[in-house]
Design a protein around this ligand. Structure first.
Ligand code: ATP
Ligand code: MG
Length: 603
């Protein structure tokens, strides 16, 4: 087994132009797969490493002990090697939420290859763009995926992507559903056939701490996706340590992050964080509300999940279906719950805390980004006083700074652009193939600082409240307002399930407030309700926040990771009526929603 070699150097990073670069533990050596798998064999070889819950609740779950995981990862590593993959090569994974996704990631790490996981919900075009961007010659996929009772034609999508990505030479197909798919004998092979012929032991490569571990394209809420590159040593440390402390990990517990492995949350908190800690991680193939809105809680009960990590968007959609879907389940195993992805509206926070957790489970609202590798601002359960809607305090070693438009730091209580003043181990090292774009995107807005793109408020207790993306701030008659605040007020109203607020040009105020509102099941979209909502926001926040326009919307445009794409809503509010003019929409989940919004514009 590859042994860890302790570094003598730690932080050698600089955010300054001319001297720019991020580096941690540069002379350390390790292998991530050995740390997540082999290291546990002696002490907990027979403990479950991965529990897999299939899409269909009628099917049995599967468990993999650390010993079985070791075998699976080794076989996968040999198959990759057999396909010509070596150190530094990029391997694209386009897989459903099946255990093989984790095996493949760890197998790449084992042989020093760089994985690029592309969410299985992406189109052939989006997949092809991500294959070509990093010159990946190989794709690992499955015949088909299953999500919420529907079949996702993954192999067919890869075939379509291959036509657009000429560099693609090899496709390895995991048999997930057994569905009949076209195979090109010169290019494609079934994984199980290859795996049957290789050894179940494969030594792990010794990697330098600064060698790349994976690249991952950001979810695309704000523009063209960037291939963010993460390191071996710093990333693993950050994923492991934040998992341990923010989730107060205890041996024998079952941790469930309901994210997809296609997002950074899946990387850090389904695979690397839990496994580096010798934990048991639950992987769920399906969606939280299928076949019924109780599914998520049934899975909790079935596997006695102790810690649940999910997103505000999932909570809001479950909340609108009514409490009875929650209260008919037990949830007695839950001890702690987390949220990530967007600012959580206090209303949703309280529902999570009171209805789901019965007031018993602390909630960790974790703020972080693909680029940060792991949690940056988060409560530590038991140690931090919680506030609904606040990410609370910076994690160890994180130095947040709020700056005004001129880059001047705001001291004490106040609001500003959220920057981080110095490097942390989990920080992304570059954008794949475009180091200059990395520097330009994150380090030039406020020279010498990492700019997150998010706005933030610090209260009198020193707690941090993310107010949304800075691009989403609206300026009404000279008053700057985060969209999150107005949205939270709307969601507080009993008729409202979800709301998205954007600014639009207004002759008198500079910017007006345009609110898209989705109603709870059974509520009717009437003019009276519209007026009631306007009044409601006035009284909740004040006249300055009065919405100028309210458009009732059956749904909101979201990224495939479930985040509201406000930049599209902004265009529509500004009067843009051509879907072509909306910018990069490759990560948009349901394009039909956008057409519907344009058709029914409220002005
Ligand atoms: P892109 O960078 O491509 O536009 P993205 O920013 O949505 O996409 P991610 O890295 O997945 O991609 O998301 C990070 C962003 O999500 C943060 O910058 C922040 O805006 C939001 N976010 C994440 N967690 C929280 C949280 N707990 N509270 C508030 N906002 C959060
Ligand atoms: Mg981002």
């Amino acid at each position: 087994m590859c042994r860890n070699q302790t570094p003598t150097r730690a932080d050698e990073s600089s955010f300054a132009e001319g001297d720019f670069g991020i580096s941690w533990f540069s002379d350390g050596m390790l292998n991530v797969s050995a740390n997540c798998v082999d290291r546990h064999l002696e002490t907990r070889g027979d403990q479950a490493a991965i529990i897999w819950e299939p899409d269909d609740p009628e099917e049995p779950a599967r468990r993999f002990t650390y010993r079985q995981l070791h075998e699976e990862v080794c076989r996968f590593a040999h198959v990759l090697k057999g396909a010509g993959v070596g150190r530094g090569d990029r391997v694209t994974l386009y897989l459903p939420m099946i255990p093989e996704a984790a095996f493949a990631m760890l197998a790449c790490a084992r042989i020093g290859a760089i994985h690029s996981v592309v969410f299985g919900g992406f189109s052939p075009e989006a997949l092809a763009g991500r294959i070509s961007d990093c010159d990946s010659r190989i794709v690992i996929t499955a015949d088909e995926g299953r999500r919420g009772g529907r079949i996702v034609p993954l192999k067919r999508n890869v075939d379509a992507a291959a036509a657009l990505a000429p560099g693609l030479e090899r496709v390895i197909v995991v048999r997930a559903t057994g569905g009949d798919v076209a195979m090109d004998p010169a290019r494609d092979a079934y994984y199980d056939e290859l795996a049957a012929e290789v050894s179940a032991d494969c030594p792990a490569e010794a990697m330098a701490a600064e060698d790349p571990l994976f690249l991952l394209y950001t979810s695309g809420s704000t523009g063209k996706p960037k291939g963010v590159l993460h390191s071996t040593g710093g990333y693993l440390l950050w994923a492991a340590m934040t998992f341990d402390l923010a989730f107060d990990h205890r041996p024998g517990e079952v941790f469930w992050s309901s994210a997809d492995v296609g997002w950074v949350t899946g990387h850090s908190y389904i695979v690397y964080g839990p496994l580096a800690n010798g934990g048991t991680t639950l992987m769920f193939e399906g969606v939280p509300n299928w076949p019924t809105p109780s599914r998520i809680w049934e899975v909790v009960d079935r596997h006695r999940v102790t810690t649940l990590y999910t997103a505000p968007t999932a909570l809001r959609s479950l909340m609108k279906e009514g409490d009875e879907h929650v209260t008919r389940t037990s949830r007695a195993s839950l001890r702690l719950m987390g949220t990530v992805g967007e600012p959580i509206n206090p209303e949703a926070w309280r529902w999570y805390h009171e209805v789901v957790g019965e007031g018993r489970c602390p909630i960790v609202d974790t703020w972080w980004q693909t680029e940060t590798g792991g949690h940056m601002i988060t409560p530590l359960p038991g140690a931090t006083d919680l506030k609904p809607g606040a990410a609370t305090k910076p994690f160890f070693g994180v130095e947040p700074l709020l700056v005004d438009g001129n880059g001047v730091a705001v001291e004490g209580e106040g609001e500003g652009n959220l920057c981080i003043a110095r490097s942390w181990p989990g920080q992304a090292r570059t954008v794949w193939g475009d180091h200059e774009r990395f520097f330009q995107t994150y380090f030039t807005t406020y020279p010498g600082l990492y700019f997150t793109g998010d706005g933030c408020r610090r209260d009198a207790d020193g707690d941090y409240w993310i107010t949304g993306r800075v691009d989403d701030v609206i300026n009404v008659s000279g008053h700057r307002m985060g969209t999150a605040e107005v949205e939270s007020a709307l969601v507080l109203h009993e008729a409202v399930a979800e709301a998205a607020v954007v600014g639009f040009p207004h002759d008198i105020k500079g910017q007006g407030i345009y609110a898209y509102v989705t109603l709870n099941s059974g509520e009717e979209a009437t003019d009276e309700l519209r007026q009631a909502l306007v009044k409601w926001v006035r009284s909740e926040i004040g006249p300055i926040a009065t919405p100028d326009v309210i458009q009732f919307a059956p749904g909101l445009p979201k990224t495939r990771s479930g985040k509201i794409m406000r930049r599209i809503l902004r265009k529509i509010a500004e009067g843009e009526v051509s879907p072509q003019a909306l910018g990069d929409i490759s990560t948009l989940a349901e394009p039909a929603i956008v057409e519907e919004l344009i058709r029914n514009r409220a002005r």
